[in-house]
Design a protein around this ligand. Structure first.
Ligand code: GLY
Length: 369
């Protein structure tokens, strides 16, 4: 049985997040969006296309005037304006007009890029999110943030564009490679840490089932994560205030991601960034030492890094200052005032940032000493 959450925008129902253990229910959901007579373009990447591209295309065929598919190479390197341009060209060749619709089938890169195309093509057309990674199912597909990287800076160019539907099939998590799966868990942990200490405790209690990908537990985990995200984005859809809390771990995380040339996955960098933010919180006496170590060590059973080698702390500091989470010249840091309570802090000093980066910096020299 499909379960659903309805996300409000300006206090009015805007789109549903539907959880269903197969793709079949998507046709019924699309019918509600009156797709008959409209063209659909599935936008996906080379990995996801091999797994689900044709299945989805055939499924959607009966629902609309035409289904086409645009596939781009998998990976963060594709999240740029060149690929956006190629999708525009494809849509023009296929005569897509304003009433037609895009279907983003894939992880965060696919969802963000497709959403950005939908936000800008012909000044905006509808799009639907069909997220296939843990990260996309719990975070990036919900809330309407779309965009691409620019000059190596994450999500530097983008727009807010709400999807018409988010359709989550938890079963696809079964085919996700371990690294991708656990990387997504960093965003799940984030919800517990920023807003929901009971969910955080639940994650600890269900650690074994989550690692074993028990579908019943995963479905509950997805729903509880999306419920927190829904609460936050309903209150602050365009990040004027509270939504910034969702960036816990992202300031230093994005800097590490760029410094390591995108060798580490986004969630892995968010884990590192969260350890650093928790460290600053401890040093500012907002968290106890026990809480800091508990948070740090919570990533270990989920195969997420708590230290990284080959970074230059000064470079990380410089990169945190060029990240877009700046406000009038100061960095908008997200810190923890206890588990389940995040706050924005604009007064974190360079010394505090450097100390936190050194805390997550694994140096072979230190190891030998
Ligand atoms: N991923 C953070 C946000 O949606 O605001």
């Amino acid at each position: 049985m499909a379960q659903r959450l309805t996300v409000l925008y300006n206090k009015k129902p805007c789109y549903d997040i539907v959880f269903n253990q197969c793709f079949d229910g998507l046709t019924k959901e699309l019918a509600k969006l009156e797709t008959a007579g409209r063209r659909l373009c599935i936008v996906t990447d080379s990995n996801v296309d091999n797994l689900y591209g044709e299945e989805l295309k055939e499924l959607l065929m009966g629902n609309c005037a035409k289904v086409c598919k645009y596939v781009f190479p998998a990976g963060e390197e594709s999240k740029n304006l060149d690929v956006v341009k190629k999708v525009y060209e494809f849509l023009i060749e296929e005569n897509f007009d304003r009433k037609d619709m895009l279907v983003a089938l894939g992880g965060g890169v696919v969802g963000d890029l497709t959403g950005f195309v939908a936000a800008t093509y012909l000044r905006g057309i509808d799009f639907v999110q069909v997220p296939t990674t843990l990260l996309a199912q719990t975070d990036s597909s919900v809330g309407g943030k779309t965009g691409v990287d620019f000059d190596g800076y994450k999500n530097m160019v983008g727009a807010f564009k709400m999807p018409r539907l988010v359709y989550i099939n938890p079963n696809v998590l079964g085919t996700l490679d371990d690294r991708q799966f656990f990387s997504g868990f960093a965003e799940v942990m984030k919800y517990g840490l920023i807003k929901d200490s009971i969910f955080y405790e639940w994650l600890i209690e269900n650690m074994y089932e989550i690692c074993e990908r028990d579908m019943v537990v995963l479905e509950e985990m997805l729903m509880r994560s999306c419920a927190v995200k829904k609460l936050v984005v309903e209150k602050d859809p365009t990040e004027q205030g509270e939504r910034a809390l969702l960036n816990l771990g992202h300031t230093i995380g994005h800097a590490v991601e760029k410094a390591k040339n995108f060798e580490l996955l986004h969630g892995e960098c968010v884990a590192l960034g969260t350890v650093a933010a928790a460290y600053i919180s401890w040093k500012k006496e907002m968290l106890t030492m026990e809480e800091y170590y508990e948070i740090r060590d919570m990533y270990v059973p989920f195969y997420l890094p708590i230290s990284v080698e080959g970074i230059d702390p000064q470079e990380i500091l410089r990169l945190t200052k060029s990240d877009k989470k700046m406000d009038g010249g100061s960095i908008k840091f997200i810190l923890l005032k206890g588990i389940g309570k995040a706050v924005v802090d604009k007064n974190v000093t360079d010394e505090e940032i450097l100390a936190a980066v050194r805390e997550i910096y694994f140096s072979e020299e230190d190891e030998r000493a």
